[in-house]
Design a protein around this ligand. Sequence first.
Ligand SMILES: C[S@@+](CC[C@H](N)C(=O)[O-])C[C@H]1O[C@@H](n2cnc3c(N)ncnc32)[C@H](O)[C@@H]1O
Length: 197
Amino acid sequence: MLSREAAAFFDRLAGDWDCIAVHPRERVESVLAPLGDLAGRRVLDVGSGTGVLLPYLSARVGPSGRVLALDLAPRMIEESRRKHRAPNLAFEVADFLDWRSDEAFDALVAYSCFPHFDDPGAFWDSAARNLAPGGLALVAHIEGRERINAMHGKRAPGVSRLLPPAFELARLAEARGFEPLEATDEAERYLVLARRK
Ligand SMILES: C[S@@+](CC[C@H](N)C(=O)[O-])C[C@H]1O[C@@H](n2cnc3c(N)ncnc32)[C@H](O)[C@@H]1O
């Protein structure tokens, strides 16, 4: 199972993660923009890691919204909890692929983590299970697919799969009960946005 190995791999990296990965503000904001207005919404950050997205999501949902940071690796969540404190943030350690929330979310983001999921179909099934009808699911990277696949081949073999072409992932979402809204496969941006029917 990729999940078990991924948890151990990311637990080992948790302390250094923020020095390893760089996320320029304007590029992060540009991949989040398709989610539109999130004020007052319940948003799930899947594979949240040390919480690079949390300041952006916390600000976007505002005081009446809520963001749940979910990750498989306990140490990633531990680091994240230490760094990010806001009344609208909560944290949970869980494998998203078999997770079932008590509440339905309005949007979820899987930022820079999709290749580490064991089973792309199970990702969309969990997204469908945990989103409210009409809820948005966004899979996003601020680098292009070729670069991500080359990098994972070198640095994360055994804990990553190839990122598929965006249109293929959108098609899979459609087969799992989503309406695809955007599929972008560019040199510096990979994005699949779909709405739960
Ligand atoms: C490359 S890191 C990205 C973390 C963060 N999104 C960022 O951009 O810094 C991928 C994260 O996905 C998490 N992950 C992998 N498989 C997962 C799963 N099945 N459920 C939840 N989190 C998972 C890993 O533990 C890791 O923290």
